[in-house]
Write a protein that binds this ligand. Sequence first.
Ligand SMILES: [Zn+2]
Ligand SMILES: [Zn+2]
Length: 140
Amino acid sequence: MTDLSEKLRDSGLKITPQRMQVMRYVVANPGSHFTAEDIHQELMKTEPTIPISTIYNITRALSDSGLIKAFEINGRMVFESNMETHANFYCTMCNEITDIPISEEAMANLVPPDYVVTDISLIIKGICRTCNVKEVAAEA
Ligand SMILES: [Zn+2]
Ligand SMILES: [Zn+2]
């Protein structure tokens, strides 16, 4: 818990109970992808009156400060705590997002020489393994 407040303080954010709650949600769900609505539903269990706009503001502050990553899929902002370089594979059948690791080398090769990548958001859309197997089985 001190760890979380330190993280907030280190990133220059003021510590508020609600920010702490959101951070707690984030660390409790490592490797997952979530929306402001997901966090809102969870926080409403303890604070039923918390407005969704508060969650929007907090998630924006956290992603601006580099504590979480934000990207957009189908017009919705999705957040994650995995700060490692990776592509997000979005399954158009089940809406699941899977992390696909990318090596630093592969990243560097994406841009011409003398260009420096400081941030990357790579979204791959397709059909995940689970759905693909189901499809093949249904066709057989
Ligand atoms: Zn799928
Ligand atoms: Zn991801």
